[in-house]
Design a protein around this ligand. Structure first.
Ligand SMILES: Nc1ncnc2c1ncn2[C@@H]1O[C@H](COP(=O)(O)OP(=O)(O)OP(=O)(O)O)[C@@H](O)[C@H]1O
Length: 254
């Protein structure tokens, strides 16, 4: 079953479209990565899918219902789409406990969800009374993920989870996300700069570049293509990104 499907989606800011013709799919329980050079429109796409920005064109179907072009982040959140934004979106003056309570779906369901989440992220338990603004970067990211997972989302949109974190901490968090997603059947669409690290946890990947999707395929196809990996970081117009070069999964789209 498809949790998310976009067709010909264009995304941007104001009158400027930054990426177009985006055909994205996320199946139930799948972890899908969006990679690409700086400024390729990855965050803009994620914000559009979360209902925080209006689409510039195309269609979005989330959890079986069509989503209009206008923004309605709350309606999407009610349906089970949750965003973990790049800046983590924490209430820095509130405690860890208070931040978590804000993520609870309802009091009754919430208590067991809270206990389960704290079991999965035991370090947070000791930090419950501490102000979120005083946590380290890795602890803040754990809190942001825990808060999003507490709502038992069907689709989690995660932007740059590794931002500012040491690689070992970021890897640990990505693995925890994968475990939690598997346990609760959550689908995940994640934007990530650390591609080799993310390829360890994603099932499939899209590479954005030149305002479009340059590649769509499995994690192992991307891992096996050094040209494409170079294009992810540099925005290079690589041979692999341009040509059919032995794979129908390559989508030059230009
Ligand atoms: N609020 C905004 N208003 C206008 N333009 C914006 C805004 N936010 C981003 N942009 C522009 O949109 C383009 C895409 O930005 P976006 O943040 O989506 O890229 P990205 O692929 O996530 O990049 P990075 O990897 O650097 O985070 C960039 O040219 C950026 O300058």
């Amino acid at each position: 079953m498809k949790i998310l499907e976009t067709r010909g989606l264009s995304v941007g800011h104001g009158a400027t479209t930054v990426a177009r013709d985006l055909d994205l799919e996320v199946a139930a329980g799948e972890i899908v990565g969006i990679f690409g050079p700086n400024g390729a429109g990855k965050t803009t796409a994620l914000l559009t899918l979360a209902g925080c920005l209006p689409a510039h064109g195309g269609t979005v179907t989330a959890l079986g219902s069509s989503v209009g072009r206008s923004t309605d982040a709350r309606a999407l959140a009610r349906r089970g789409v949750r965003l973990v934004p790049e800046d983590r979106g924490l209430f820095r003056q509130l405690t860890v406990r208070e931040n978590l309570i804000l993520g609870l779906p309802g009091r009754r369901a919430g208590k067991s969800a809270l206990d389960e989440t704290l079991d999965a992220l035991p370090k947070l338990r000791a930090l419950l009374p501490r102000r979120a603004g005083l946590l380290s970067g890795g602890e803040q990211q754990q809190l942001a993920l825990a808060r999003a997972l507490l709502g038992r989302p069907k689709l989690l949109l995660v932007d740059e989870m590794s931002q500012g974190l040491a690689p070992t901490i970021a890897m640990g968090l990505l693995r925890m996300l994968k475990d939690q997603a598997a346990e609760h059947g959550t689908s995940v669409l994640l934007v990530e700069q650390h591609v080799p690290m993310a390829l360890d946890v994603v099932d499939r990947a899209y590479v954005f570049g030149h305002g479009r999707i340059m590649f769509s395929g499995t994690a192992s196809e991307l891992a096996g293509s050094p040209d494409l990996l170079a294009a992810v970081y540099l925005g290079a117009d690589s041979k692999a990104a341009r040509g059919p070069a032995g794979g129908s999964s390559l989508n030059p789209n230009e």
